[in-house]
Design a binder for this molecule. Structure first.
Ligand code: 1HE
Length: 267
């Protein structure tokens, strides 16, 4: 279990809760924070079946710790290694096999958006905003945005966001796919942290092997040719079909004991 004070961890049944705890610097990510994220997602306890990734304070994450970066005066190669560390850590979030629900508020900018882009489900408070201000800081993205964020919003949209520094508000973020849910408590919506947790519990109740396939296979198949993708899909299905609870889950449906898929079912 991770013990870093900058990444708080707790559990609720089969749901792990991971909280960035650097609110005083708007959860800007320094080397220690990236190491703590890498450590947690490398050692997910085996009983954890879904994870909520959230942050203390008014802002989810202000991206790269610009003070640390400024003070360290990193060389090109040193910064390349830092970026590779971010890639490793965030890849464990995306492809670790356990679904991750990000709970967003305030700034989700630069590396903060890269972090959110690695999660599988993004629940945003209505005050959330997204931006890629790297150009104004004289740097570039280094935490995976060119791969993950560009695939969510499209490469041309990412180019435009980076060139103009435009701030995308929560509702537009919803249309672009940066958020899957926007919670406006003033309109009576469930608060984002509550919705994120309830979605994580719901996800945790899926078959674990199905969840594993969903979070590891789909994004990889998207990188393949159609022929390879269809073949891989069949292989994944064949593997998942061996799950110990498949017959039980199918039997519950056959015996009319399982829930039906109904219109109007929110989540
Ligand atoms: C920081 C950082 C940071 C805040 N690194 N210390 N990211 C950015 O360009 C975003 C920079 N941050 C901001 O635009 C604003 O801080 C926020 C919109 C996020 C929040 O504003 P606000 O008014 O609530 O807070 P603040 O007063 O600006 O900041 C509070 C403190 O947090 C302050 O420190 P203090 O010692 O004066 O109290 C800030 O300096 C500190 N702080 N953001 C370090 N990012 C792998 S490559 C990834 C590339 C990138 O991520 S580039 C994008 C960087």
């Amino acid at each position: 279990m991770n013990t870093s004070p900058i990444l708080l961890t707790s559990e609720q049944d089969h749901v792990g809760i991971v909280t960035l705890n650097l609110a005083h610097k708007r959860n800007a990510l320094n080397e220690e924070a990236i190491a703590a994220i890498d450590h947690y997602f490398s050692h997910i306890p085996s009983h954890i079946r879904a994870i909520v990734l959230k942050a203390e304070g008014d802002h989810f994450c202000a991206g790269l710790d610009l003070k640390e970066h400024h003070d360290k005066e990193r060389s090109g190669v040193e910064f390349m290694r830092v970026c590779q560390g971010w890639h490793r850590a965030f890849d464990k979030i995306q492809h670790g096999g356990i679904p991750v629900v990000a709970c967003l508020q305030g700034a989700v900018v630069g590396g903060g958006l890269e972090l959110a882009s690695a999660a599988h489900v993004r629940v945003a408070d209505s005050g959330t905003f997204f931006a890629l201000p790297e150009g104004t800081r004289g740097i570039f993205t280094g935490g995976g945005a060119t791969v993950r964020t560009a695939r969510i919003i499209s490469a041309p949209r990412m180019v435009e966001m980076m060139l103009t520094g435009r701030v995308v508000q929560a509702q537009e973020g919803l249309q672009l796919g940066l958020a899957h849910y926007v919670c406006d408590t003033a309109k009576g919506d469930t608060p984002a942290p509550e919705l994120a947790l309830s979605l994580a519990h719901k996800i945790a109740s899926n078959a674990a092997l199905s969840n594993y396939a969903i979070v590891t296979a789909i994004s990889r198949i998207a990188d393949m040719s159609a022929t390879d993708g269809l073949y891989t899909e069949g292989l994944v299905m064949a593997m998942i079909q061996q799950g110990h609870d498949v017959q039980q889950r199918l039997g519950e449906f056959v015996q009319k004991k399982a829930h039906k898929v109904m219109p109007g079912q929110a989540s």
